[in-house]
Design a protein around this ligand. Structure first.
Ligand code: ACO
Length: 402
């Protein structure tokens, strides 16, 4: 009676591809990656050009609608997003249910999922207008919710969005202003620009774990807020979006340049689970083009703030040693985008626990663009098979006979 599933697989009924190393789960026109050459294009435009010349909301428009906006389209889009930045007042009550020391990603999973309880006019996934308004709401409200997480953790009053400010400037305002400040202190344009670049560099990255999660959740017909909450949960893991937080924790653990060799040896030891956080990528096997832009931004921010950060020195030394080490060379392990983003965020004054939240904020547009793309075309519910390795069929045994 043995069901030989291995034989079924061998017969070609389905393929066995753990980690989806060589399986394309969908067709998509949003993002192209050539991992060997270190190329990343959004709707055909190189990430380096977007980071240099575009701004985050323009990049959002590009990802969502496929083309760069005209001046008129851009103004309309920016104004529409700005008109949705307020979070429902009752949403504030959710925060009081969390401990002050809760991880902000735990709060994000709950509060973003709860948006579906507030915006009933954007839940019908078969209605184009509902899909549009939910996309705008998510892009507009997630920075507000992210800043609310931060303020809650500090025990400070939450700050309302200011729609006369740009997207990134407003985010920094909600994070760092206090009601006692009087007029909002001027946010440094260099820091606002750096924040905007971080958002652009994280905006989309085709079928990574969190985006695939959003598509899979969406394929069942789940509402957009539930799907994005699922994406946030998947992003939290240290092998994915949690890596930027893990990089800083690792640098703190290494502590001093003199300890680098010891940690490099740990990373190479197959009996030790330790990995160099911020190194390696499933797709990039040459270099991560986002890391190059991020490193340059890192230099600009530290120069603007006049920071001589010993942790940055440590990071640079670590990178240099790893770059010349045969173990890392043979396996094509290069610093990824998360290696530098943590250093910039720390310099801006954002605490480590908020790093992955910033990533989630930026990636929301990628998730929602993929969700919209999927719903706009023919799709099937995502339902992979498995390679069964359990018991063969057997008969139930009464409890007194076991
Ligand atoms: N430190 C030490 N060794 C590593 C590292 C690392 N950071 N990354 C990979 N390796 C080794 C593996 O042990 C493996 O060695 P082996 O061939 O001797 O068994 C080899 O390099 C290949 O690695 P895999 O784990 O098979 O690569 P995979 O594509 O499955 O994993 C991943 C990619 C998850 C990103 C991995 O490199 C990693 O864990 N890096 C650290 C975490 C990190 O920075 N994540 C951020 C990813 S980018 C992002 O989400 C924006």
């Amino acid at each position: 009676d043995v069901i030989d599933v291995r034989a079924l697989t061998a017969e070609g009924r389905y393929t066995f591809d753990p980690g989806f190393m060589s399986t394309a789960s969908c067709e998509s026109a949003i993002t192209f990656i050539d991992g060997e050459k270190g190329v990343l294009l959004h709707r055909g435009y190189p990430i380096e050009q977007l980071a240099e010349n575009s701004d985050y909301l323009e990049t959002c428009f590009l990802l969502l609608y496929g083309e760069l906006p005209t001046a008129e389209q851009k103004e309309k889009f920016v104004n529409t997003v700005k008109s949705h930045t307020m979070a429902h007042e009752q949403l504030k009550n959710f925060f009081n249910g969390f401990r002050r020391d809760a991880h902000p990603m735990a709060i994000m999973c709950g509060v973003v999922g709860a948006l579906s309880a507030f915006y009933h006019d954007s839940l019908d996934i078969n209605d184009y207008k509902h899909r549009e308004i939910s996309a705008i709401r998510l892009i507009a409200k997630i920075p507000t919710i992210a800043a609310m997480c931060f303020k809650y953790s500090k025990g400070e009053p939450m700050i309302y969005p200011r729609n006369d400010l740009g997207y990134s400037e407003n985010f920094l305002h909600m994070m760092f202003s206090t009601p006692c400040d009087g007029p909002t202190p001027k946010i440094s344009p260099v820091l606002a620009k750096a924040m905007d670049k971080i958002f652009i560099l994280h905006a989309d990255h085709e079928q990574n774990a969190s985006t695939s999660t959003v598509r899979l959740a969406g394929s069942s017909g789940a509402n957009p807020f539930a799907c994005i909450a699922a994406g946030i949960a998947a992003l939290w893991g240290p092998a994915h979006g949690g890596a930027n937080e893990a990089v800083l924790t690792m640098l703190e653990e290494i502590g001093d340049v003199s300890n680098i060799d010891k940690f490099i040896a740990k990373a190479k030891d197959k009996n030790d689970p330790f990995k160099l956080m911020g190194f390696g990528h499933r797709v990039y096997k040459n270099f991560d083009p986002r890391a190059k832009v991020m490193k340059q931004t890192c230099d600009e921010v530290l120069a603007e703030l006049g920071i001589n950060d010993p942790q940055l020195e440590l990071a640079m030394k670590l990178e240099e040693i790893a770059r010349n080490d045969p173990y890392f060379k043979e396996r094509n392990l290069y610093p990824n985008v998360d290696f530098y983003s943590g250093i910039i965020l720390k310099a801006i004054g954002i605490p480590t626990s908020m790093f992955t939240v910033i990533f989630a904020l930026a990636r929301t547009v990628g998730w929602i663009s993929h969700w919209k793309e999927m719903l706009a075309g023919p799709y099937k519910i995502g339902r992979p098979r498995q390679l069964y390795t359990g018991k063969a069929q057997r008969n139930y045994v009464e409890i007194d006979k076991r």
